[in-house]
Design a protein around this ligand. Structure first.
Ligand SMILES: C[S@@+](CC[C@H](N)C(=O)[O-])C[C@H]1O[C@@H](n2cnc3c(N)ncnc32)[C@H](O)[C@@H]1O
Length: 243
């Protein structure tokens, strides 16, 4: 009887994952993702299990986690949220150096911060403080542990915080800001998020940069009257607000 219930639960979980994946990625990409997952599970993947970053700094930011396997505190935007995949340190360096940013004047916020790798990378720059916003509570707890464990000689910002919240309703601090996002959500959720940022800027005009990795919805930001695109490649786009 217990075996039957276990098998039922497993089928239910796989069904929920597949349903969500098809909604977000489409049928073809879902099969590709499933094949990749099977390949990894069978140990056939060629990539190392621990990244050089995690090994060097004794943190745990690696992973490729589907939201269906995580505890998401607010499920309103769950279906259009993207899985956890950390930004490569080399890519972060490329993005952060693409445009001169006034680090000392700004706070840094990563929306969809996952296990916090980008927060740790940003702490090598003299930001006023650093905030990660992530709606999966399990990832937020890992980010908090990573923040505590991360002490490196080149660190220039020591005020780091991981907040468990949905980015589309997170109350932005009213300070000059550099906002980072690595394609955290799709379609209408990105629209909602953009409106949320615009409302905050309308209410409290201030310096506001947006660093957008994997800019799938760049056209939304391109069309915002609050922002000007100051730099872009296929891999990322940088926006500055128009005050
Ligand atoms: C591609 S990962 C990026 C992780 C991290 N920013 C990095 O670059 O290393 C996207 C993250 O966004 C989170 N996410 C998706 N929708 C969200 C939402 N509405 N609010 C907060 N976090 C969200 C996911 O849980 C996931 O951890």
């Amino acid at each position: 009887m217990e075996v039957v219930m276990g098998v039922n639960r497993l089928f239910e979980k796989v069904y929920r994952q597949m349903y969500r994946a098809v909604q977000v990625h489409g049928l073809f990409a879902t099969f590709q993702l499933a094949a990749e997952k099977l390949r990894r599970a069978s140990g056939a993947a060629g990539s190392p299990t621990v990244s050089a970053f995690d090994e060097k700094w004794n943190v745990q930011t690696d992973g490729n986690e589907d939201l269906s396997e995580l505890q998401v505190i607010d499920r309103t935007n769950y279906l259009l949220g993207n899985r956890y995949q950390p930004t490569a340190p080399e890519m972060f360096d490329k993005i952060i150096q693409a445009y001169p940013l006034p680090y000392e004047e700004c706070i840094f916020i990563d929306c969809g911060s996952g296990k916090g790798r980008v927060l740790l990378l940003a702490s090598e720059l003299p930001f006023r403080r650093i905030i990660g916003v992530e709606f999966a509570s399990d990832l937020t707890i890992i980010a908090e542990t990573n923040i505590k464990a991360f002490h490196i000689p080149t660190q220039k910002c020591w005020i780091l915080e991981a907040v468990c919240a949905d980015a589309t309703i997170f109350p932005f601090p009213v300070e000059p800001t550099v906002l980072y996002m690595a394609n955290p959500f799709e379609g209408v959720v990105m629209e909602k998020f953009l409106s949320h940022v615009e409302n905050s800027l309308r209410e409290y005009p201030r310096t506001f940069f947006v660093l957008y990795r994997n800019p799938k919805y760049a056209s939304l930001w391109d069309n915002s009257k609050y922002f000007l695109k100051v730099c872009s490649t296929e891999e990322f786009a940088v926006y500055k607000n128009v005050i």
